[in-house]
Design a protein around this ligand. Sequence first.
Ligand SMILES: CC(C)(COP(=O)(O)OP(=O)(O)OC[C@H]1O[C@@H](n2cnc3c(N)ncnc32)[C@H](O)[C@@H]1OP(=O)(O)O)[C@@H](O)C(=O)NCCC(=O)NCCS
Length: 205
Amino acid sequence: MEKPEVDEPSQSASFEESEIEYVSYGGEHHLPLIMRLVDEELSEPYSIFTYRYFVYLWPQLSFLAFHRGRCVGTVVCKMGEHRNTFRGYIAMLVVIKPYRGRGIATELVSRSIRVMMESGCEEVTLEAEVTNKGALALYGRLGFVRAKRLFCYYLNGVDAFRLKLLFPRPELDISQMMMAHRDGRQEHSHDHLPQDQCCEDHHHH
Ligand SMILES: CC(C)(COP(=O)(O)OP(=O)(O)OC[C@H]1O[C@@H](n2cnc3c(N)ncnc32)[C@H](O)[C@@H]1OP(=O)(O)O)[C@@H](O)C(=O)NCCC(=O)NCCS
């Protein structure tokens, strides 16, 4: 697949993958590092309240990648009850250009997803611009599928795909299923709801 010029060797940093250190959000000193990366690399503008909302409430779901003391990548997420499902949501993912194509984003996202799974999430969702080949390929490799297309989702007018990763749930036994049935719960019911009820996640600025 065609890679953008940012992955040209001339612009790549030289490093061993073992030199990249991954840490979960550790406090206020990490906030400007996250903000700088996201502001530089994502099209969507976020206010400081949006960043704080995520990292204060779910510090264990945000990770930073460092190389020799320099922050080179970050992922910011949340999780919670959503229409009868407990689900994780990946809000922001960025790796700076010289460090791309070496698996750093995959490692960041995998760490967040692992914590989400351990916390009882049944699925993980996110939105990506339909034109963002790199992100779509990355999440596709991790098992995400395209759940729907959101028209004109971003402030720049671009459509988004909502991507979804469903976890296998072998632990769900028959008694739980019967209880769920009695509660009138319906698996995947959120897939068929009006769009405005599904799009709350991104618009906090
Ligand atoms: C998307 C992004 C986070 C990927 O970071 P990364 O560290 O380079 O990703 P990885 O090295 O973990 O990539 C893993 C796989 O994703 C796919 N991929 C990543 N970038 C790609 C690109 N530009 N073109 C095609 N496939 C790409 C490849 O399948 C890759 O595996 P491979 O290297 O074995 O081919 C990075 O390009 C970025 O920060 N982009 C700008 C911000 C952004 O778009 N964020 C996502 C918003 S939804």
